[in-house]
Structure formats: structure tokens, C-alpha cells
Design a protein around this ligand. Structure first.
Ligand code: PSU
Ligand code: MN
Length: 303
């Protein structure tokens, strides 16, 4: 009820083929048209080339669509005024039969309903800087604690408080793995000065952790962090400068709540003259590839 799973996704799940969920907030709120659509379709292509099936997820006329068509992705990229939907917003957008872009949290919820356990994105939400005062902590973190979907990302952006984000994930029992790295990647840069909980050198090791977490009946996901390839990484100093400027502008303009993340992302993009967008696209492609490798290993373990 309230969801529509594409035939391709249904068939792949039945045949124990790797299925990878993809979010739609990154399309409608994370990147400008037409690069957003191009990126979303290329991600699907990379996943297919690596032997898996993509399931781009969004809400269309109040229905949670799992496995959007090319036309639907195109429409998502173009349409104005699509709501950003996190767990809190989901029942309203569905009841009112609206269009909604799913955040990491909501994409996890819908993926789980369809039986998909892996999800590739760019960056997750986290504990915002100043959260000690504002309480602004992304619902993505609670979702990782509670919903059985594992997420492959390039870490979290330095617009967030990364040490507090790691503390929060530890408290709620979410393992943070580094793919071929000991360090937590910070989205545009490969390093953050912080350690991940565990380094994993192969997709197979990661698949074993995910499978074992399920066997132990521990609810929630695993967070797999995959650093941006060196050649596409941004300069750390330039990034820090842009982020600090974006944060101070947000404060001056009184930006709050769900508008904070999209505001900061757009500001950083402008301040880096669009350079950050190119990095963003490349890191998502890299995550799509690594996510597919993990999905294939997970399917092999389940044979
Ligand atoms: N971080 C990024 N890019 C994004 C997002 C976060 O680097 O596009 C999006 C994701 O959809 C994420 C959401 O789930 O922002 C988090 O928003 P909030 O902080 O309001 O929970
Ligand atoms: Mn928030």
C-alpha cells in the first residue's frame, strides 16, 4: 500500500540479484538541472554495468515509487516546488498525493519496504555545527540506527560537525566502515582528521559485516564511507573557507530546519564557482561502483 515497485526491481529481488536504492533529494535539491538528471541516469548506468539493478526512489502523486523510469527521473529534475521529504513529512505528502523528493532517511524507509538493503548516495545528513544549541540533527542518523538498509556514501560534508556525527552514530550503534581507508572522508576531500571505526579493504568483507549484522538481529544499517578519488578531490583550505562563509551567511539570514542543508549546499557550490558540483558528481559515480561490488558480494553470500 502506498508504494509501487518497478517490475525490473521486483524481478531482480526475486532472483537474488543486487539492487541498489538511489535517493531523489540529491536530484531535486542537491544539483541544478540538467546536471542532476544526467548524474542520476549515469548512476543507474554504472550500477547496471556492474551487474546490479538501480532503484531510484521518489514520491509521485503520493505514491512511493521504487524504481523510477527515465521519464520520471527527468520530470523530477525539472519540476519546481517538489517537497523535501524526511520521515516526519512522509505521511503528509502521501496523504495529500503530492510529489516528494526523498532524503536519505525516507529513501531508506521506502527501500526497506521493498526489501532493498543497499543504498548509494553522495553524503548523508548529520549533526549540524551548533547542534548543542539548535538540536539540529538530521533524521538520517536515527534512520541508520533503526532501519535495515546500509548506505554507501563519501562521508559527510564539513558543513556538519563531523566529530559529533561520529559520536551520535556510536551511541545509536551504527558501525562506520572505511572502504580502503582508516580515515573518515569528508565528501569533497578524502580526509577529515577523524578515524572511522573499522577499515575494510574489500567489498566482500563489507558484505560479511552487513550479513552478520542481520544474523545477529541488530536493527539498523551499516554506514560505508568511500573517499572521493584523489584526482577529483578539492583543496581542503578552499573548501573550509567556502564552508565557513556559507555557515555565517546562513546565520545572518536566519536559515533554519529543513532549509539548512539545501541552503548550505547551494552556497558552497556558488562560492566554489561550481567546482564543487563536478567533485560531487564524480564521488557519486564512485559510490555507485563500490555499492554494486558490495551488492554482488552480498548476493553471492546469500546463494
Ligand atoms: N548531504 C549532501 N548532499 C545532499 C544531502 C545531504 O552532501 O544532497 C541531502 C540528503 O538527501 C540528506 C539530506 O538526506 O540532504 C539531509 O537533510 P537534513 O539535514 O535536513 O536532514
Ligand atoms: Mn535538520
Amino acid at each position: 500500500m502506498h508504494i509501487r515497485v518497478s517490475e525490473e526491481v521486483k524481478k531482480a529481488l526475486k532472483e537474488n540479484r543486487g539492487v541498489i536504492a538511489l535517493e531523489s533529494t540529491i536530484i531535486s535539491h542537491g544539483m541544478p538541472y540538467p546536471r542532476n538528471v544526467e548524474t542520476a541516469l549515469n548512476c543507474e548506468k554504472i550500477i547496471r554495468e556492474n551487474g546490479c539493478v538501480p532503484a531510484t526512489i521518489g514520491i509521485i502523486d503520493g505514491v512511493g515509487v521504487i524504481g523510477m523510469s527515465e521519464e520520471e527521473i527527468e520530470e523530477f529534475g525539472k519540476r519546481k516546488g517538489i517537497a523535501k521529504v524526511s520521515r516526519r513529512d512522509l505521511p503528509i505528502v502521501v496523504a495529500k498525493k503530492l510529489w516528494g523528493a526523498t532524503t536519505v532517511a525516507t529513501t531508506m524507509i521506502l527501500a526497506n519496504m521493498a526489501g532493498i538493503e543497499l543504498f548509494v548516495t553522495g553524503g548523508i545528513g548529520g549533526v549540524h555545527r551548533g547542534a548543542q544549541e539548535t538540536f539540529d540533527i538530521s533524521a538520517d542518523l536515527q534512520e541508520l540506527a533503526n532501519t535495515n538498509v546500509s548506505v554507501i556514501c563519501a562521508g559527510a560534508k564539513a558543513i556538519l560537525d563531523l566529530p559529533l556525527t561520529l559520536e551520535y552514530l556510536e551511541t545509536f550503534g551504527v558501525p562506520v566502515l572505511g572502504y580502503q581507508t582508516e580515515e573518515l572522508p569528508a565528501f569533497y576531500t578524502r580526509t577529515s582528521g577523524l578515524k572511522v571505526d573499522y577499515r575494510m579493504d574489500s567489498a566482500k568483507e563489507i558484505a560479511e559485516v552487513i550479513k552478520t549484522k542481520r544474523e545477529l538481529d541488530l536493527k539498523g544499517g551499516v554506514l560505508i564511507t568511500n573517499p572521493i578519488p584523489e584526482e577529483f578531490a578539492m583543496d581542503k583550505e578552499e573548501m573550509d573557507k567556502a564552508i565557513n562563509e556559507a555557515l555565517s551567511d546562513a546565520e545572518k539570514e536566519g536559515i533554519k530546519g529543513k532549509d539548512t542543508t539545501p541552503y548550505l549546499l547551494a552556497k558552497v557550490k556558488d562560492l566554489t564557482k561550481g567546482e564543487s558540483l563536478e567533485s560531487n558528481i564524480k564521488l557519486v559515480y564512485n559510490n555507485a561502483k563500490v555499492g554494486s561490488l558490495i551488492a554482488n558480494e552480498l548476493c553471492a553470500l546469500r546463494k
